[in-house]
Design a protein around this ligand. Structure first.
Ligand SMILES: [Zn+2]
Length: 182
């Protein structure tokens, strides 16, 4: 774990000095490749509030989970990072759940930025229209075939608000189609 000295260490994102009692996120040194743009953030502390708003948060979490779960050490292999930077022990199913949750947060933000447009509009591709490509890219990751079990469980589980229900049903539909065409 990153060595953190309150009153001396700095947040890798806002560069302010960390104070005793600040809520933090930190990892061990897990990125070996110095040319990786995220390299300097591995083994570095962040304020929780900075981490949550960081535009590379999702990529960082996925990279951490991907790398630690392939590590040689059984203790490291059991670990994973949650969508808000907590490091826990869990299964591959937990890791997939975190990825979906983290994507839903991004998609929700993009949806609000698009003035809560209907999902149908955000996913529609018109020739020469690159407007919603970010939304569609994250949606494509959300509906990877490996997320099928997640969406099946969620739609059958029910108890969601109508919008969450609609998104989940569409995600399941897309996911199923992609799993079947594999
Ligand atoms: Zn900060």
């Amino acid at each position: 774990m990153a060595l953190i000295v309150p009153g001396k260490s700095k947040c890798a994102l806002c560069e302010a000095v960390l104070q005793q009692g600040d809520r933090l996120v930190a990892t061990s040194h897990f990125i070996g490749d110095r040319s990786d743009p995220l390299w300097r953030y591995s083994d570095a502390p962040f304020h929780y509030r900075c981490f949550i708003r960081w535009k590379s948060r999702h990529e960082f979490i996925c990279k951490f989970n991907d790398i630690v779960r392939k590590s040689d050490s059984p203790a490291a292999r059991a670990q994973y990072m949650t969508w808000d930077g907590e490091i826990l022990e869990g299964t591959d199913e937990d890791v997939r759940g975190v990825r979906v949750q983290s994507l839903l947060i991004i998609l929700d933000e993009l949806w609000m930025r698009a003035e809560c447009a209907p999902l149908e509009d955000l996913l529609r591709v018109r020739p020469g229209d690159s407007k919603n490509h970010e939304f569609r890219d994250y949606w494509a990751e959300l509906t990877l075939p490996e997320h099928l079990a997640f969406w099946e469980g969620r739609v059958l589980g029910g108890g969601m608000n109508p919008m969450a229900q609609e998104w989940s049903e569409r995600a399941l539909e897309d996911c199923r189609r992609r799993a079947n065409s594999k």
